[in-house]
Design a protein around this ligand. Structure first.
Ligand code: 5GP
Length: 182
């Protein structure tokens, strides 16, 4: 897939599902709640790349208490817009999680496979505690019994793009969440 012109780029954007303003409000509220919950405890936000990098950047700035960030990359294999079920950790976290309360920051929980794998791996390393926050939740698509502790938005079963989420590496730069159109 190669997109060169703005016309071609825009023709795949079906409609805006969540506006930049709605995302901004929800992220601000989540940052406040996190600041209250983890105040006084060593907090490590673990961003699952690449999809969560935009959410992480905004959430981190909405948190008012000391916290650190770490990055882990997980690749879910896709055929078009459908996950094949294979999850691979392609980049590991640099920090020793045993010193931290870990908050995993994810873009979207779809089948639940990626997050349940990452959660299992990090929990086995003995963090002080571990929780999960996701920007989006698509509960209708779940194949693995796994839920985030907090989901900012619950969405129907549509493939979405924007605010870090891609299709073939494009569309991460949209400031809103939109439905993708073939
Ligand atoms: P899982 O199926 O393991 O819960 O989700 C795996 C990954 O697939 C997510 O972290 C995300 O990167 C990607 N994904 C799932 N649903 C969507 C979607 O609607 N849009 C985009 N762009 N990526 C998705």
């Amino acid at each position: 897939m190669e997109i060169k012109s703005v016309n071609e780029f825009e023709k795949h954007i079906n409609r805006v599902l969540i506006t930049a303003e709605e995302i901004g409000e929800a992220v601000k509220k989540a940052g406040k709640e996190i600041s209250e919950e983890w105040d006084g405890r060593p907090l490590l936000l673990v961003s699952i790349l690449k999809g969560s990098f935009v959410f992480l950047a905004d959430l981190n700035r909405a948190i008012t208490v000391p916290c650190e960030v770490g990055f882990m990359a997980a690749k879910s294999y896709f055929e078009g817009t459908e996950s094949t079920g294979t999850v691979q950790i392609t980049m590991d976290l640099a920090q020793d999680v045993s010193r931290y309360h870990v908050l995993i920051v994810e873009d979207i929980v779809d089948t639940g496979r990626t997050l349940s794998e990452v959660y299992k791996i990090l929990k086995a390393r003995g963090p002080l505690s571990i929780k999960v926050i996701t920007l989006l939740d698509k509960p209708d698509r779940r194949l693995v019994d796994f839920d985030a502790d907090k989901a900012l938005f619950t969405i129907p079963d549509h493939f979405v793009i924007g605010y870090g989420l891609d299709l073939g590496e494009y569309y991460r730069n949209l400031p809103y969440i939109a439905e993708y159109k073939e």
